[in-house]
Design a protein around this ligand. Structure first.
Ligand code: FAD
Ligand code: NAD
Length: 479
């Protein structure tokens, strides 16, 4: 088979949102850059995660808001038009074509090599194309591994034969299953249960733990569980699937056996049981690392176990914060670090400096697009307890805010603010309720900016918006 070789300043393996942004930043720093991609430019986020899932959920949440608004409810109370929702989702997933992104890469002056990238010793990457052609890429300065994650499935006997859904099948589905089981209680599980229930599926959630969204404030999971149950989802807590079998009979159903001996028959089962790093076949062993491991990095996104600062792990693959926006933030930091090192400049390692990722550990915003929405940034009470941080917990019922009453009838929501008692700054905020997603950036600015409560008192929210919850939280804090 043909082999060719090229040398660049920077080689990026994986062109998901994070790899694209690393490449953009290293090009901006004047470094020649190539990205290697073995599927679609845009990665999981564009085609099987954020974009299509939100494409499925937006119509659901818009309808939910509209049903709470007098005068609109008769028009929107009808079931969703699944075909129209899928067509909208297709648009959001760019019909699983990456032409726009290829054009964007070219415009940014980034080269592209399609195929499986593998490290082959220090600063060297080999790429094997689908046709078997091999390209050797040498990096003068840096190799950035941005290969993301794949679904982590439980170790059940012969699970593949049951043809389970993962995020890929769920987000690209063309039919609504009559009966859908969803295993897991994290963001993927609650979002996909919300979407498929609204599209008409009978949804059963099988949750190993005692609550939904276990990494968030307990009231978030409770309010989301209430919303899902009211929508008709059967949530079973403390249940573990011990086997999944698809016999291939006339109805071709999946039979799930649970740890209490119950058997649940469904048309499809979605495993939303977390993620594993895509590092098993990227040549980690050639640089002394273990295939299949998350990449341990420092705050400059440099892989700590490899010397000389040429190998970077950016985005999901480093396991710091598995979110697109946080990976892109790391990409901006890593790009600046690579540029500085290539210029021979000393890194500015101050916290919150240009070469130090910090927001992805202390100010991570996340929105879960359920009804109600969950929007959270910074510490939860459990995080604070674990870290031994002295915080004052301030709660407020969002329904009491005039903007919430205006937003919809029977508004239900709750807000929590955590204030560091020693420094008098806000270190964590959680909002739960319809329409709170767009409130989150205010909280992110406050947490990342370490704004003192004294000054926040002068940040006056407009009347009558849901943002007035800030004023109520501050009043409650001051007593
Ligand atoms: C259902 C779902 C919904 C989500 N919704 C949200 C959301 O609303 N908001 C949010 O912020 N996050 C969301 N996430 C998380 C988000 O998808 C990830 O954080 C994000 O995709 C990480 O980006 P990445 O570039 O690190 O990895 P990926 O998006 O996984 O991209 C990695 C890329 O590397 C390529 N690749 C891998 N190995 C190789 C190799 N050896 N050679 C060449 N190419 C390779 C892959 O093909 C892929 O294109 C969601 C996740 C799921 C599963
Ligand atoms: N809107 C968003 O921001 C959004 C949406 C979806 C996903 N994401 C991100 O993508 C990543 C993946 O999400 P996720 O929900 O798949 O993962 P997760 O790790 O957040 O949740 C996985 C859930 O599965 C459960 N689980 C794990 N193994 C299990 C097993 N063997 N049997 C039963 N249950 C099991 C866990 O207890 C947990 O409840 C997360 O980091 C998430 O934050 C973000």
């Amino acid at each position: 088979m043909k082999e060719s070789g090229r040398t660049y300043d920077v080689v990026v393996i994986g062109a998901g949102p994070v790899g694209e942004n690393v490449a953009d930043r290293t090009r901006a720093a004047g470094l020649s850059t190539v990205v290697v991609e073995n599927e679609l430019i845009g990665g999981e986020c564009s085609f099987w995660a954020c974009e299509p899932s939100k494409g499925l959920l937006r119509p659901v949440l818009t309808r939910a808001d509209a049903t709470r608004m007098p005068g609109l409810d008769p028009a929107v109370a009808r079931p969703l038009d699944a075909a129209a929702v899928f067509a909208h989702r297709d648009e959001m997933a760019a019909h699983w074509k990456d032409d726009d992104q290829v054009e964007w890469l070219a415009g940014a002056g980034v080269d592209l090599v399609r195929g499986q990238g593998r490290l082959d010793g220090p600063r060297r990457v080999t790429v094997t194309s689908a046709e078997g052609a091999r390209t050797v890429l040498e990096a003068r300065h840096a190799v950035a591994v941005c290969t993301g994650t794949r679904p982590a499935l439980p170790d059940l006997p012969d699970l593949a034969a049951a043809r389970p859904w993962t995020n890929r099948e769920a987000t690209s589905a063309r039919q609504v299953p009559g009966r859908l089981a969803v295993v897991g209680g994290g963001p993927v599980a609650v979002e996909m249960s919300t979407a498929f229930r609204a599209l008409g599926a009978q949804v059963t959630m099988l949750v190993r733990g005692a609550r939904l969204l276990p990494r968030m404030e307990p009231f978030a999971g409770e309010l989301v569980a209430t919303g899902l149950r009211e929508a008709g989802v059967d949530i079973r807590f403390g249940r573990v699937v011990t086997s999944a079998e698809r016999r291939g009979g006339p109805d071709d159903e999946v039979r799930l056996t649970l740890d209490d001996g119950d058997v649940l028959a469904v048309d499809e089962v979605l495993f939303a049981t977390g993620r594993a790093p895509r590092t098993d076949d990227i040549g980690l062993e050639t640089v002394g690392l273990t295939p299949g491991d998350w990449l341990g990095v420092d705050d400059s996104c440099t892989v700590t176990a490899v010397s000389e600062g040429w190998l970077y792990g950016v985005g999901d693959v480093n396991h710091r914060a598995l979110l697109t926006h946080q990976g892109k933030y790391q990409a901006r930091i890593a790009g600046a670090v690579i540029g500085a090192r290539a210029d021979g400049r000393t890194l500015d390692a101050r916290p919150w400096g240009p070469h130090t990722a910090r927001a992805d550990t202390v100010a991570v915003p996340q929105v879960v697009f359920t009804d109600p929405e969950v929007a959270t940034v910074g510490l939860t009470t459990i995080d604070a307890e674990r870290a031994g941080r002295e915080v004052k917990v301030v709660d407020y019922d969002i329904a009491n805010v005039a903007g919430a009453t205006q937003y919809g009838e029977g508004y239900r929501g709750r807000a929590r603010m955590l204030v560091d008692r020693d420094r008098d700054i806000v270190v964590g905020v959680t909002f739960v309720g319809p329409g709170v997603a767009e409130l989150l950036h205010s909280a992110t600015v406050v947490v990342a900016g370490e704004t003192h409560v004294e000054r926040l008192w002068h940040a006056v929210p407009a009347f009558p918006t849901i943002s007035e919850v800030w004023l109520r939280l501050l009043e409650t804090y001051r007593g």
